[in-house]
Design a protein around this ligand. Structure first.
Ligand SMILES: Nc1ncnc2c1ncn2[C@@H]1O[C@H](COP(=O)(O)OP(=O)(O)OP(=O)(O)O)[C@@H](O)[C@H]1O
Ligand SMILES: [Mg+2]
Length: 262
């Protein structure tokens, strides 16, 4: 098991956002976490990567208890977080952004970094043609690819991505999700936060549905896609079931759910 999260509580000031989240991600598994705006998905990733204090619960990475560790320790333990809104360093070149991704491995031989860079560029060939370009001048999709490639430069065992599809044309979403599938097939463990639930479930091995700070449903994609309540609340309600029925108890999130590209 690459990632085991039990009873995770976290929040901001007096506001508790996560009320005891349980999540398990097996080695080499691609797990999608879906849910409405404000459900706490980003907060979960922030807590897991040490940017936000864990108030209660435990986090194990590759069997080691890392609860309460700071971002640098967590990165060293193998977790990498690709934040939302493709946060690249805009004035730095693509090449320098990639180099910064390898910061936690700066004491390793540079040949290793070069090999990692070649692998990342093979996954996203568009970046290979733009190594000297300032990252801020890349297209939105290219910036997202760079954000993912930079995350890979840390050689993580678990790569966590926060809504990599936001604001991208369907073709680019397809390119990025295809790359994530390739990484999974290579043995990387991935946690994919997405509003674009259909696209995420199309490549995921399993999915979790979050609602107001809790996991309310979990299963394989066919179970999520085939569940009437998940469909109605998170999938726009216009999906023809592919079969399978869930046995969880998702509550309606209340209010409309913004779906990407639909
Ligand atoms: N820095 C902050 N300070 C106070 N409250 C915050 C902060 N960041 C997020 N929140 C609140 O925490 C709750 C969960 O937010 P979060 O960003 O985790 O949701 P999300 O599931 O990622 O939503 P989205 O799909 O819109 O990205 C929201 O009610 C939000 O207003
Ligand atoms: Mg978010």
């Amino acid at each position: 098991m690459s990632l085991q999260v039990q009873g995770l509580h976290a929040g901001y000031g007096r506001l508790e956002v996560l009320h005891g989240v349980d999540l398990e991600v097996g080695t080499g598994e691609l797990v999608a976490v879906i849910g409405a705006n404000g459900a706490g998905k980003t907060t979960l990733l922030r807590a897991l990567s040490g940017l936000l204090k864990v108030r209660d619960g435990t986090v194990l990475v590759n069997g080691t208890d890392v609860t309460g560790k700071g971002p640098e320790k967590l990165a060293a333990s193998g977790l990498a977080h690709v934040p939302e809104n493709r946060l690249v360093f805009p004035t730095l070149t693509v090449a320098d952004n990639l180099l910064l991704g390898a910061y936690t491995r700066r004491r390793r031989p540079s040949a290793e970094r070069d090999a990692d860079r070649e692998r990342a560029l093979a996954l996203f060939p568009r970046l290979a043609d733009r190594l000297g370009q300032a990252a801020g001048t890349l297209s939105g999709g290219e910036q997202q690819m760079l954000a993912v490639a930079r995350g890979l430069m840390a050689r993580p065992t678990v790569l966590m991505l926060d809504e990599p599809s936001v604001g991208l044309a369907p073709r680019l979403v397809g390119e990025i999700f295809t790359a994530l599938g390739v990484l999974r097939d290579d043995g990387l463990t991935l946690v994919l936060i997405e509003q674009n639930a259909r696209a995420a479930l199309a490549i995921a091995d399993r999915g979790y549905v979050m609602d107001r700070g809790r996991v309310v449903f979990t299963g394989v994609p066919s179970e999520l896609l085939g569940d009437a309540r998940v469909q109605a609340t998170y999938l726009g309600g216009d999906f023809s079931p592919a079969g399978g029925a869930g046995d969880g108890e998702p509550r309606p999130a209340g209010g409309s759910v913004a779906m990407e590209g639909g």
